[in-house]
Design a protein around this ligand. Structure first.
Ligand SMILES: NC(=O)N[C@@H](CC(=O)O)C(=O)O
Ligand SMILES: [Zn+2]
Ligand SMILES: [Zn+2]
Length: 431
């Protein structure tokens, strides 16, 4: 029997404890070090905080189609060193994940990589084209049990299509994750927060209202259909207000924020560095402050990376022509630790909530986000709250290098990740 003893980990609420893990399940919790002499591996977690394994609701792996930018294996490795034990793989691959077979293929490639649970997200519409619903029911009933559907990269902008998608997923407890961007208010060229700076830089503006108006519409559609909607990458204070209002009405809405929208601001665009080009765009400080407060008070449920790897030749262009997106899997925990824990806005229990418990619940992943107690699946993330990391894009396990955190020093680091009872990563290296 495969056994692992984790010693001295700081378990939320119950202080330093040892955890015995056998065959992928936590079988004992307490001060166990002195017990028995069974053969087991030992992981010294003295001074480390133990979180339930992190879950990312929003990852872009580029397989199939752009394996030069990321593969399911390379993205899984980046996830493991970042402390993740489950990642949801967005559907905007080539071909799109819009059939049961394509979803099962992603599941199988994820299992073959074996470092995290790779959970396919299904497209809402065929080919992400926005008009015809994809085979949502077949994807749900497949071996991949797809529960989260998204046209991410594109907004489901036709209200009638969104309504029908919500009605459909309601029948099996699914959820639609919306990339909220009204295509008329923010067209395909829109790439900078619309404001004084975008005007001065001559970059096409992407106003907050293009996000907020879709979110307002979608929470009303969720109310009307009695269904569940999730808002991807919330970027403005106005969206926070809408979500807060909707939750107060009892509307079934959840929301995520990315690490970059919690920290980085639109003034970074003044050097025209495409590393900072992302969708939705970086916003002013007032929005950043509102996002942090909303994550702390639960209006925003989860942190999701929106890890969006891009090959050099897609990113290294004039700002308007470069691809949208930035890396996030390897740095997410350190960013959240630095800004939210360091800033006194969340404690470690709160980090467990926004990076594991809530995302697992939103995605319907029963074996993730569980308390670290006897009988739970052994997915855990050991964090060194005092370690300081200086991010070096060169040492990333992602195949891409579009890392906005390069050179930043952050307080708090993933020390090790345990997936299904097995150490998958330790100190930035795959175990
Ligand atoms: N976030 C991004 O800027 N890019 C994402 C698409 C998306 O999340 O909308 C991508 O697939 O590259
Ligand atoms: Zn998106
Ligand atoms: Zn995305």
């Amino acid at each position: 029997m495969a056994a692992l003893l984790v010693t001295g980990a700081n378990l939320l609420g119950s202080g330093a404890q040892d955890l015995l893990i056998e065959d992928g399940v936590i079988t004992e919790v307490g001060r166990l070090s002195a017990k028995g002499q069974r053969h087991r591996d030992v992981l010294d977690a003295d001074g480390l905080v133990a979180l339930p394994g992190l879950v990312d609701l929003h990852t872009h792996l580029r397989e199939p189609g752009r394996e030069d930018a990321e593969t399911i294996a390379s993205g899984s490795a980046a996830a493991a060193v970042g402390g993740f034990t489950a990642i949801l793989a967005m559907a905007n691959t080539s071909p799109v994940t819009d059939t049961a077979e394509s979803a099962e293929r992603i599941l199988d490639l994820g299992r073959a990589a074996g470092l995290v649970d790779v959970v396919p997200v299904g497209a809402v519409t065929k080919g992400l084209a926005g008009d015809e619903l994809a085979e949502l029911g077949l994807m749900h009933r497949s071996r991949a049990s797809v529960t989260v559907f998204s046209d991410d990269g594109h907004c489901v902008h036709d209200a009638r299509v969104m309504r029908r998608a919500l009605e459909y997923v309601r029948s099996f407890g699914g959820v639609v994750s919306q990339h909220a961007q009204d295509p008329h208010l923010a067209g395909p060229q829109a790439c900078a927060h619309e404001g004084e700076l975008s005007g001065r830089l001559g970059l096409p503006g992407w106003p907050g209202i293009a996000e907020e108006s879709i979110v307002a519409r979608d929470v009303m559609l969720a109310r009307h259909t009695g269904s569940r909607v999730h808002i991807a990458h919330v970027s403005t204070a106005g969206t926070v207000e809408v979500v807060r209002w909707a939750k107060a009405q009892g509307i079934n809405v959840t929301a995520e924020v990315t690490p970059h929208h919690l920290v980085l601001t639109t003034d970074l665009l003044s050097g025209y560095d495409p590393t900072y080009k992302v969708n939705p765009p970086l916003r002013p400080q007032e929005d950043v402050d509102a996002l942090r407060a909303a994550l702390a008070d639960g209006t925003i449920d989860a942190v999701a990376t929106d890890h969006a790897p891009h090959a050099r030749h897609d990113k290294e262009h004039a700002f308007v022509d470069a691809a949208f997106g930035m890396l996030g899997l390897e740095t997410a925990l350190s960013v959240v630790s630095d800004v939210m824990v360091g800033g006194g806005l969340l404690d470690w229990d709160g980090v467990a909530r926004v990076m594991s418990v809530a995302p697992a619940r939103i995605a319907g992943l029963a074996s993730h986000g569980q308390p670290l107690a006897v009988g739970s699946p052994a997915h855990l993330t050991l964090v060194d709250p005092t370690a300081t990391v200086t991010v070096d894009r060169g040492s990333s396990l992602s195949l891409s290098r579009n890392n906005p955190w390069h050179g930043s020093t952050l307080r708090g680091a993933v020390h090790a990740t345990v997936f299904a009872g097995r150490v998958t990563a330790q100190k930035g290296v795959i175990a």
